[in-house]
Design a binder for this molecule. Sequence first.
Ligand code: NAD
Length: 290
Amino acid sequence: MSIPADRLIDGKALAARVRERVSERVKRLRSLDRPVRLDAVLVGADKAAAIYAENQKKTCAEVGIDYTLHQLDEDSSYAEIAGRILLLNAEESVHALMLHLPLPKHLAEGATEQIQSLIASDKDVEGVNPANIGNVVYGRRSLLPCTALAVIEMIESTGATLPGATCVVVGASNIVGKPLAVLLMRAEATVISTNKFTKDLPEIARRADVLIAAAGKPGLITADMVKPGAVVVDVGINRVKQADGASKTVGDVDFDAVAPIAGRISPVPGGVGPMTVAMLLRNTVDAAER
Ligand code: NAD
């Protein structure tokens, strides 16, 4: 369904503007003989992670960031992965560092968080180190989780006033829903965090001036759950099979039904996804400048 362009929160267009500014900052640093460098560690052969890494390489090249992918074997031990992270922490020319997920299944439960916590907090461009997650709460200047940042930027792009607004966040994961709820609290919004045990989600969602869907459930947000004129941001990325058997990517919001009711709405694809990548680039140049 097509809606008037001024009601769409166009993540692609917003991301292009962020990339332009990043590119100017990277150029300035390069002119001072300080090339900006992002390194990523990918363990094993997860297909989606490999595609993401390939896209990252392209996007970094577009804005002039040097990108190095460290591909480790599927059977790498915890010590080998941790060792590589510590080596890159110590390497001065690396400004930004991230770990691709998922890690191979043979690693013990909790290995992901343990390895993330090893990433030096001033290089942790995904904002996954506990120190940076803590800084979300304290409001200290630090590297913030990219998706939560992307959502905040997208809400701000609509001109919505957050102090006094009721924001409902659907989904409360450590990497998306929780940090987002805290960033909205920092903006002095009234925040309701919901999860899979929340009772009467439709009634709660209808109170939202700003509704953010981040549950990973296609079609969860239906028209009857949206207050007329609300800002709706869809974080969900779900692959679903269509009637003809072909797969397609959709969000958590039933876009066609909700778009006529919402004041502003972000699409999937072309919404939070591209903005998240843009925030990773911005965090990278932030880390380099610091
Ligand atoms: P997760 O599985 O870690 O967490 C899902 C959260 O949603 C949990 O808190 C769960 O309690 C809640 N939830 C599940 N069903 C619910 C329901 N019926 N009502 C209310 N809450 C419910 O997922 P995640 O990593 O936070 O990702 C969520 C979605 O966002 C996924 O589709 C993921 O692919 C997508 N995502 C997108 C980006 C992006 O860049 N656009 C980045 C990260 C994640």
